[in-house]
Design a binder for this molecule. Structure first.
Ligand code: WTA
Length: 661
């Protein structure tokens, strides 16, 4: 049984954590340091002196069909190219080379289903299934460069589908299962997907959602979409199948040939597109390519988590549909030949201890989770994880949003038994791989700080106005040199790519979109987004996206959405809504607006709070002043209102809020 923090000394866990908030630094234990892959801080200097040499060394860890000529082609910034002239295949690196080396029997995924099912999928089995599905895709007419959409729950077939695409050079476009069918349609349309791989039904907390039927209702006629492949998972009856368009996954696989050699692809061949939210309502198609991306995710997965593939059991508790899942459920772990846990369901079904039951049963050694989940477990109480044997755990990771020191300490003490280093990893869909993070055998951690850039990555905090580097203090985070796993562009929107990330500080400095503080030791503390992106439980949403869904309701005249601080979810969606004419805001209308948002984007985007507003605060040029709305929502004294076209709007908003309370 793990040595936990509840202790027997008579002090409560709460008191102990409060006392620990005073501790500024946690050094790696000697025991951890001695066994760590990296324990010499000289690695930072070495990488800083010769970043290209460092990254080339990381790329050597992959299998290349042809070696590259140039490590970094920076002749046309910010359109950087890595390992040009090199040829490789991601699926080959994730499967064939492990199987060829005699590791085919190793479990790639301990898949655990909601109803207690266990499926242990080996590398050899994945290799077999991926080849068949890759051939099936070819039989369906998919060629190199064609986009394949994937809308699947957390089941092994999602990995099979992704790797099959990678094997034949068809970029995939995965849509998170929590997005609505309407969002899927939009993403298929934008990316001109030729095939969509989906499922009969998805299970969530004991209920089954009829995914295929819902997709059909929304997909309409997309000229580009030729085929829908349906995985049988929930075993639903009466799944609608359109003749000539829809096929069953198992049937096309059975009909396909068994052998499908991995296609040698250019290092810069597109691997996938993943849509994410930006400042405007239209999502950005982040494009990642082959050699640089795989180099970045494999190296960070190995070193940040100190991965020993022969011994560790890795569990990234994200969803495959987000970048965290792409990089650290699929590509990083498989490239490194790791054994992973894949959990189908929610953290509270069938019971609130299910994560710890799965961790105990699979003897998970490395766990990577989001602060939202940690805060939720904290609320449920330390007694729950303490019922399980978590002694196999040796390292814990955090990702997706800032982690507050209290949650950090709880994670460290209750889940990690006080012995596991915590790596708070900062990165983005755009960066492809972890950028700012401790190295667990080297870095002294400070709860709440993602610490310093990974070797080969360079970051600065710069002044908002002048762009000058800030030695200690707050400003905007920028990355000051290219890195292999960086996005290459926004799919079919080169101009928007340059405009979004490189217009403000020039082509040499990538604008992250987060504010950050640099302390006297050079540690970075990520504060949050500077654009209109809201982070709800680590899920990225744009305020404009939610606003345009809300105004789709016929009774709504105007809406302004902000991210309000929230104890559980980090930020929560708060919407100020102006109704048409004399219409009164009612609970019924709140439910209806929530339903429209769920339909257009997904349930996770539904506003937590709706505030009826007769009018919204606008500048003279008509721009909504979200800062003031945030002040109101969070109950702060109002900032400067003199630039408003009509300052009395604020007073009436405040009184409306008071009336509602
Ligand atoms: C936020 C998720 C603080 C940040 C991998 C970033 C974080 C956005 C952290 C990207 C962290 C991610 N500490 N904030 N450790 N990790 N973020 O694209 O605002 O879904 O810009 O990628 O999440 O979200 P995305």
């Amino acid at each position: 049984m793990a040595d936990t923090a509840a202790g027997d000394s008579g002090t409560s866990l709460e008191q102990r954590l409060d006392a620990m908030l005073e501790i500024e630094r946690f050094d790696p234990s000697q025991q951890f340091r001695e066994q760590a892959l990296l324990s010499d801080p000289a690695v930072y200097e070495r990488a800083a002196r010769d970043p290209q040499g460092w990254w080339a060394e990381q790329a050597e860890a992959l299998d290349w069909f042809e070696r590259w000529d140039t490590v970094l082609d920076d002749s046309e910034p910010p359109f950087y190219k890595w390992f040009t002239g090199g040829k490789l295949n991601v699926s080959y690196n994730c499967l064939d080379r492990h199987v060829d080396a005699g590791r085919g029997d190793r479990v790639a995924y301990h898949w655990r289903g909601e109803e207690g099912e266990r499926r242990d999928v080996t590398y050899a089995e994945l290799h077999r299934d991926v080849q068949r599905f890759a051939n099936a895709l070819k039989d369906l007419g998919v060629q190199q460069g064609d986009v394949v959409g994937i809308y699947l729950p957390m089941i092994p077939e999602v990995v099979v589908a992704m790797l099959a695409c990678a094997r034949i050079g068809a970029p995939h476009n995965v849509v998170f299962g929590g997005f609505s069918a309407e969002s899927v349609k939009e993403r298929m349309e934008f990316s001109e997907a030729k095939v969509l791989v989906t499922v009969d039904g998805a299970r969530r907390k004991g209920k089954t959602a009829p995914i295929k039927a819902t997709v059909d209702e929304h997909m309409g006629d997309l000229a580009s979409l030729k085929t829908v492949v349906v995985v049988r998972h929930a075993r639903l009856d009466g799944v609608p199948m359109t003749a000539g368009r829809d096929v069953w996954f198992d049937e096309v696989c059975a009909a396909a040939a068994a052998d499908c050699p991995a296609e040698p692809l250019d290092a810069e061949h597109p691997l996938f597109i993943l849509y994410t939210s930006g400042s405007t309502a239209s999502p950005k198609g982040i494009l990642h390519t082959t050699g640089g991306y795989l180099t970045g995710v494999a190296a960070t997965h190995r070193y940040v988590f100190d991965l020993k593939p022969d011994e560790d059991v890795w569990w990234c508790a994200a969803d495959v549909g987000w970048i965290t899942g792409h990089s650290y459920i699929v590509y990083g772990p498989l490239a490194n030949g790791a054994t992973s846990v894949m959990w189908e369901g929610a953290p509270d079904y069938p019971h609130k201890g299910i994560w710890w039951e799965v961790a105990e049963e699979t003897r998970a050694t490395l766990l990577y989770a989001a602060p939202t989940a940690i805060r939720t477990f904290m609320k449920w109480g330390h007694e729950i994880p303490e019922r399980y044997d978590l002694s196999a755990l040796r390292l814990l990771g955090s990702v997706g949003e800032p982690i507050n020191p209290k949650a950090w300490l709880w994670y460290h003490q209750v889940i990690g038994g006080g012995r596991c280093p915590i790596v708070d990893t900062w990165w983005q869909t755009e960066t492809g791989a972890i950028m700012i993070t401790p190295l667990p055998g080297i870095t002294s951690t400070k709860p709440g700080s993602a610490t310093t850039p990974f070797p080969g990555v360079a970051a600065e905090v710069v002044g908002e106005g002048d762009g000058e580097p800030i030695d200690s203090g707050q400003g905007l985070l920028v990355l000051t040199q290219p890195w292999p796993s960086m996005l290459r562009t926004l799919y079919k929107e080169d101009e928007r790519f340059v405009e979004t990330y490189f217009a403000r500080f020039g082509k040499e400095r990538y604008l992250v979109g987060d504010a950050a503080r640099r302390d006297r030791d050079g540690y970075l503390w990520i504060i949050g987004r500077i654009d209109d992106v809201v982070n709800v439980s680590g899920h990225r949403l744009s305020t404009a996206e939610v606003e345009s869904a809300i105004v789709a309701h016929e009774k709504v005249a105007e809406a302004a959405v902000i991210g309000q601080s929230d104890e559980d979810t980090g930020q929560a969606i708060c919407a100020f809504v102006t109704l048409n004419g004399e219409i009164e805001g009612t609970d019924e209308l709140i439910a209806e607006i929530g339903a429209v948002v769920a339909e257009r984007i997904g349930k996770f985007a539904r506003p937590k709070r709706i505030i009826w507003a007769d009018d919204l605060p606008k500048t003279r040029s008509g721009k909504i002043m979200r800062r003031l709305l945030r002040d109101i929502a969070e109950g702060r004294a109002l900032g400067d209102v003199t630039t408003l076209r009509d300052p009395s709007v604020m007073a009436s908003l405040e009184s409306q809020i008071k009336d509602a309370q």
